[in-house]
Write a new protein. Structure first.
Length: 368
């Protein structure tokens, strides 16, 4: 049985006519940069996320950079974040000359621990980037409370969680600004790179629109600030518009697949914990096992693909050696990184494929 870790082709086959129609429309209009589809997408996603403003950009990484720029982050500033995430989260802090300050995660949800944030605040702290890991939102009520006490901004890195909810509220609307990614493997993905920024603050939204287009002012060739070139291609916006129509159903299918995995694997592995007031989009389905390497090797022999997000936490990456973190500094994160492994997850995962995966996981774990 050939199983794909994420099956984008299976999705395309389902929506082929609608996606092709959007692409042909853009080609016929020949408006490839900031065409009308970009504005349509911004309006639809802002409404979906419950945010007053949605500003498209070229990638989820750029979204983080642009929001940090909009908040005036500069060399010497400190931004508190999680080490259990893709490097883009911290990389954009460093790119602006600021310092990422890593704090440990919760052992259940694997999201940043608000209690650890309190201990890391210094006079140089400017803000917090919380990451909604694997599709479940962090505890923003507590994070925002801590931030307000200390006059800090909060950015929601929702690269994996667009479509999730926290206490009835949508991801991307839970902090001062939200950022998401449309990388092809994301729950809502395009066919290249793409991103979106969300905020209720009209002034911040105005600055973000300027920054993404070379610091543009009110008319062509007026530049009121130093910006970057980070516009979402119209073709990608068209693809996203076609796929977004089906997004709510895909979230249902993701949750059904995740629930099925959990029912059958919870007795032999540590399965994802979704808090009662949260809903997840399950960007990944990750379990924790004692002997990950052996399990992966045996599953590979059975043609069951797996992945590890993330094998080495950011505070122990060579790129951040100068920050002085040592093994043992963030024990929860380090333990999770040793045992986490992701199984195939996407909305078009057939039940017989899941049954095969589950049977093989059980077989190999029970053999040890």
């Amino acid at each position: 049985m050939k199983i794909n870790f994420i099956d984008i082709r299976r999705q395309y086959d389902q929506y082929r006519q609608e996606i092709d129609a959007q692409i042909h429309s853009v080609l016929n209009e020949a408006s490839f940069i900031m065409g009308q589809q970009v504005g349509e997408l911004e309006a639809q996603l802002a409404a979906y996320a419950g945010s007053k403003h949605a500003i498209a950009c070229a990638s989820g990484t750029d979204a983080l950079q642009l929001v940090l720029m909009a908040y005036g982050v500069k060399p010497g500033d400190e931004i508190i974040t999680t080490p259990f995430t893709f490097i883009a989260t911290a990389e954009m802090i460093s790119l602006l000359g600021a310092k990422p300050v890593f704090v440990d995660i919760r052992s259940d949800t694997l999201n940043i621990d608000p209690q650890e944030i309190k201990e890391a605040i210094t006079p140089r702290t400017r803000g917090i980037i919380a990451v909604d890991i694997f599709g479940q939102c962090a505890d923003y009520e507590e994070i925002n409370r801590v931030a307000k006490e200390h006059g800090l901004f909060v950015i929601e890195d929702a690269a994996q969680s667009f479509g999730a909810r926290y206490k009835g509220r949508p991801a991307c609307s839970l902090a001062d600004a939200g950022c998401t990614s449309f990388f092809p493997s994301k729950p809502l993905g395009c066919y290249g790179d793409g991103g979106m920024m969300f905020t209720d603050d009209a002034d911040v939204a105005m600055v973000l629109r300027s920054l993404r287009g070379h610091g543009a002012g009110s008319h062509k060739y007026e530049h009121v600030r130093i910006g970057v070139n980070s516009r979402l291609d119209t073709l990608q916006a068209g693809v996203l518009l076609a796929k977004f129509k089906h997004f709510p159903k895909e979230i249902e299918l993701r949750n059904e697949a995740a629930d099925y995995y959990t029912r059958h694997l919870k007795d032999i592995a540590e399965t994802p914990v979704i808090l009662p007031f949260n809903s997840s989009v399950h960007a990944q389905y990750s379990i924790r096992v004692k002997d990950r390497e052996t399990l992966q090797k045996r599953l590979q022999e059975d043609q069951v693909p797996t992945a590890v997000h993330y094998p080495r936490p950011l505070h122990l990456q060579p790129a951040y050696a100068d920050l002085g973190y040592q093994a043992g500094d963030l024990p929860v994160t380090e333990d999770v990184c040793k045992h986490i492994v992701a199984l195939p997850m996407h909305p078009f995962l057939y039940r017989e494929e899941q049954d095969f995966i589950i049977a093989k996981v059980k077989k190999h774990i029970n053999e040890r």
